[in-house]
Ligand binder design. Structure first.
Ligand SMILES: C[S@@+](CC[C@H](N)C(=O)[O-])C[C@H]1O[C@@H](n2cnc3c(N)ncnc32)[C@H](O)[C@@H]1O
Length: 199
């Protein structure tokens, strides 16, 4: 949402690496990245790095009151704002790398879908691996992981390394269309059939 832009920009100035973007994602990218959220049943949906809630709104629309939506956000300012605006979402101020512990503490079943808004290309290799391990360990066998990347950053080493990690962790990794209207243009990775949770 355009009105979220100033709040997002302030957090980018304060925490440029972890925020990883100057503006929140747009609604078309939000639609693409949340397409795996089932429109039936009572799924467990985990969202990582919700920020000001661009993907949160789209997930909530698809869930329409069903299932459970756990949002894990490192930045306390984002987490507080999100919890206020989305009382039906369980917002946790925590590091995505602790996802396994967060689910165990809550006795939540493995996740049906994990939607990531994390800035993977800003993370060093060990951090990418640690968080991806937590995601794979949290997913059910048939679970789906979606995450996005900025188109212009794809040739950069951290982005290529992350793509390799995805290919090693999932049987199927498909790359969605480029959403040119997003600022900056971005695309979604759809990852299915986790290969193995690393111990
Ligand atoms: C690029 S922004 C995306 C925000 C939102 N999903 C969107 O697309 O507009 C990255 C978000 O991930 C959060 N973040 C970064 N590292 C994190 C971590 N280790 N655990 C949880 N959240 C994290 C940031 O605080 C920020 O909200």
């Amino acid at each position: 949402m355009i009105s979220d832009a100033p709040a997002f920009l302030i957090q980018f100035v304060r925490h440029p690496i972890t925020t990883g973007a100057v503006l929140p994602s747009g609604s078309t990218l939000a639609r693409d990245i949340t397409a795996a959220v089932p429109r039936a049943g009572h799924p467990l949906v985990v969202e990582l790095g919700p920020g000001t809630g661009a993907f949160t709104r789209a997930i909530q629309r698809r869930l329409a009151g069903r299932g459970h939506h756990l949002a894990v956000e490192l930045n306390p300012a984002f987490a507080t704002g999100l919890a206020r605006r989305h009382p039906t979402v369980e917002v946790v101020r925590a590091d995505a790398a602790a996802l396994g512990e967060l689910l165990a503490e809550r006795r939540l079943a493995p996740a049906d879908v994990v939607v990531s808004g994390l800035p993977w290309a800003a993370f060093p290799a060990v951090r990418q691996q640690a968080i991806l391990d937590a995601v794979v360990g949290a997913l059910s066998a048939g679970g789906v992981f979606t995450t996005f990347a900025y188109r212009h950053a794809l040739p950069a080493r951290p982005a290529r390394r992350f793509h390799r990690l995805l290919a090693g962790a999932f049987d199927e990794v498909t790359v969605g269309r480029t959403v040119w209207t997003n600022l900056p243009p971005a695309l979604v990775y759809h990852c299915r059939r986790r290969l193995h949770p690393r111990s």
